[in-house]
Design a protein around this ligand. Structure first.
Ligand code: KG4
Ligand code: ZN
Length: 343
């Protein structure tokens, strides 16, 4: 039997992080992420600036990933890249780079769905890693998506419910913006919430279907509440920042927990994972751990570095496709819109 190792390069450039990673037989050897600071002062990602920054970052980031893995380009067995969903200009940078590299090295090119990849990060092999069995449920929560997905096989995924308006990451980021915090505000709300009282202020939760999400009403509710309070006391935000953050976070996490609980009830599947940038949130991580104890679920919480956008999740997805010899043709194009069930 051959003991030859399989090295996959993963490239991620769907939004505002340029990332490259080397995965060897399912284990991560390197995972380099270059964040783009340039967007902070605009309060959100500026697409044109994002694609320009990807152009600047992609060569050094890929080089660093290869070096840190202790290999050379010639060791690579395939190049996997994010085909979508994401910002078109950003996706194009990763797609064209991956295509040229695969062509130049004469190795397979593998297209990866970013939303599947967030979930497939759970299949990265690490010491003490807990790999979910099929079928399992995943609450995929990011800056662009909020979905409950049923995973029957690595590439057999079905959306059971999703948001009808904003994504949960947007709810965090837009609330933070109302409070005058820089983008992305999610991690800051999390940080300040640790020192606040989650019951200090009450926000109305949306009334939508059992497995659906809606965050736009909550955002408007928060905006009006802050405007009213600041009118009465101009220092309201400064004086109550921790309590406001804790209360916003509490409401959002309550909504997420209620929906995933509904999904477990409907499907009777008690293996529950979280994925995506918002799964870095300390409160959702805590609440999910408690669900193990209280409701008998088995939960899967990604390592912190595999929550927000990263290329290790692209490389592991590429590896799983490589094993099935699911390669892309060089004519493959980036797709800004792509459902988790596609590719
Ligand atoms: O998955 P991701 O990196 O990019 C997308 O594919 O959208 O998710 C980014 C989102 C942002 O909205 C960011 O504010 C949010 O994840 N986020 C958090 C935390 N860390 C990142 N939200 C709440 N608490 C956190 N600790
Ligand atoms: Zn993402």
């Amino acid at each position: 039997m051959s003991t030859k190792k399989t090295y996959i390069l993963g490239i991620e450039s769907s939004c505002d992080d340029t990332s490259a990673s080397i995965v060897c037989d399912g284990k991560v050897l390197s995972n380099i992420v270059a964040n783009q600071e340039v967007h902070a002062k605009y309060g959100g990602v500026v697409p044109e600036l994002a694609s320009r920054a990807h152009q600047q970052n992609i060569v050094p980031v890929v080089q660093q990933a290869i070096e840190q893995a202790g290999i050379t380009k010639k060791d690579l067995n395939a190049v996997a890249f994010t085909r979508g969903p994401g910002l078109m200009g950003s996706l194009l940078v990763g797609t064209s780079f991956a295509k040229s590299l695969a062509l130049g090295l004469n190795i397979p090119l593998i297209d990866v769905n970013h939303m599947q990849a967030h979930i497939l990060a759970h299949f990265i092999k690490e010491e003490n890693s807990k790999i979910p069995p099929f079928p399992f449920l995943c609450l995929t929560i990011s800056g662009g998506h909020t979905q409950i997905v049923k995973i029957t096989d690595h590439f057999d995924m079905e959306i059971l419910g999703e948001t009808i308006d904003d994504a949960v990451g947007e709810a965090f980021d837009k609330s933070a913006k109302i409070l005058g915090l820089p983008y992305p505000g999610g991690p800051l709300i999390d940080k300040y919430a640790q020192h606040g009282n989650p019951k200090a202020f009450k926000f109305t939760k949306p009334k939508v279907g059992d497995l659906k999400f809606s965050f736009s009403g909550l955002k408007t509710g928060i905006l009006y509440f802050i405007q009213r309070s600041v009118k009465e006391n101009p220092d309201f935000i400064k004086e109550n920042l921790y309590d406001i953050c804790a209360s916003i976070q509490y409401t959002i996490i309550e909504i997420l927990m209620e929906k995933i609980k509904n999904a477990v009830k409907h499907t009777e599947i008690k293996h529950v994972a979280i994925a995506g940038g918002v799964s870095a949130n300390s409160e959702i991580r805590k609440r999910l751990q408690l669900a193990e104890k209280h409701w008998g679920w088995t939960t899967y919480i990604p390592k912190f570095e595999y929550t927000t956008d990263n290329a290790a999740m692209i490389a592991i997805s590429g590896y799983l496709k490589y094993l099935k010899k699911e390669y892309s043709d060089v004519s493959v194009t980036a797709k800004a819109r792509l459902k988790v069930s596609e590719l």
